[in-house]
Design a protein around this ligand. Structure first.
Ligand SMILES: [Zn+2]
Length: 380
């Protein structure tokens, strides 16, 4: 059995698509034209990702406003925002370059998704000749739609969380029903929850335990056989080539994270200053039996925030070092994060989103080749 390798999900939207998003927001193009631009970008993403040799591909999330807001709004500017949401919610994250991303605010119940990830997958999967994965957003992220303090009139926090878990479960089940081979849950808020940023109130509320519990409420609705193919992605954020919580020690997060009953984890690691320390930590906390499923750690071997393309030799070396600490049957490889989790991202260190796309495919090819080399070296 080779070492499994899987992308997180997103790719930079080409300049033409980012322009189409802006034109749609400005009312300059109709929906049909907007969707055609998304469709073209998805077809191109799948074709080029398949050409890297990757065994499992995504559509690059080209239709999504962002990895977190796709169920809520068609664009980041708020076109198509769900009726019981207002634009002025709390900051989800403040990034190292000073920019921030904001969530909407829930103004009433009941909470329902407007769009499920499967709605996008159904349109994209016809372009694929290889298995596809689908990323979905974690309930723990969308829990931040509810105001931190106080109650939404007529809609208790408990009722909201119950509705939220139902919607997240549907999101995952529908993705599998639409043909996804794997579904990973984006959990970037996990590491950020340990940050205690005085400028971002929710990060100082010690919410990690609550997040883990909430995500398990959804995961525990799936059988062990289903959870083998349900993953969790952790990272310190990746937007405009900047991060939001890379300074948080993994020791704060990992012991709790592996308590989630997911079958696999996509873990940022290529950009960590001391990788071996983290490999050892993973080896210590990764569970052989998470309620019936052995957990697999996909270690990040590619840094999507840095335009330098990793070599297959570097990828191989990372995996061989990791295999000293993580059982090889529980080891996989991935990218540190999606290549552009938000639809509007000019990829400043890369020069342009179009260049960043070219670089992303080179990086994915290096991940695939390096992983194959490591597997051969380990006798897998
Ligand atoms: Zn990420």
């Amino acid at each position: 059995m080779p070492i499994p390798t899987e992308p997180v999900g997103s790719l930079p939207r080409p300049t033409a698509l980012q322009q189409a998003f802006a034109a749609y927001d400005a009312g300059k193009i109709e929906r049909v034209e907007f969707e055609q631009a998304q469709d073209d970008a998805c077809a191109d993403s799948i074709r080029r990702m398949e050409a890297t040799g990757a065994p499992i591909v995504s559509d690059g999330e080209q239709r999504a406003s962002s990895f977190a807001t796709y169920p809520l709004t068609d664009t980041l500017a708020g076109t198509g925002l769900a009726p019981n949401l207002a634009a002025d919610g709390q900051y989800f994250a403040i990034f190292t370059d000073g920019h921030h991303r904001q969530l909407p605010r829930l103004t009433g119940g009941p909470f329902r998704y407007q769009t499920f990830a499967a709605d996008y997958l159904k349109k994209s999967i016809r372009y694929a000749t290889k298995p596809m994965k689908q990323a979905v957003i974690a309930p723990s992220m969308l829990a931040l739609l509810y105001p931190l303090d106080g109650e939404v009139p007529g809609y208790s926090r408990e009722q909201f969380l119950a509705d939220l878990c139902d919607e997240c479960e549907k999101d995952i089940r529908q993705a599998f029903a639409a043909g996804a081979k794997r579904v990973s849950i984006d959990f970037t808020e996990g590491r950020l929850a340990c940050r205690n940023d005085p400028n971002n109130a929710w990060t100082g509320r010690g919410m990690l335990g609550h997040f883990i519990q909430l995500n398990n409420r959804v995961l525990d609705r799936f059988s062990a056989a289903e959870r083998r193919n349900i993953g969790i992605h952790t990272c310190p954020g990746g937007d405009c080539d900047a991060t939001h919580s890379a300074d948080v020690d993994y020791a704060e997060l990992l012991p709790s994270m592996f308590k989630m009953n997911a079958g696999y984890f996509l873990i940022q690691l290529a950009s960590e200053p001391d990788k071996e320390r983290v490999y050892a930590m993973i080896g210590r906390y990764l569970r052989k039996d998470a309620n019936g499923v052995p957990q697999v750690a996909f270690i990040g071997v590619i840094n999507p925030q840095n335009p330098r393309v990793e070599t297959p030799e570097e990828v191989q070396a990372d995996l061989l070092l990791a295999a000293r600490h993580i059982p090889k049957e529980q080891l996989g490889s991935t990218d540190d994060c999606g290549f552009s989790p938000f639809s509007i991202d000019v990829k400043p260190k890369h020069g342009s989103p179009d260049l960043a796309r070219d670089i992303a495919f080179e990086k994915i090819a290096a991940r695939v080749q390096g992983t194959e080399r490591a597997a051969a070296e380990l006798g897998l």
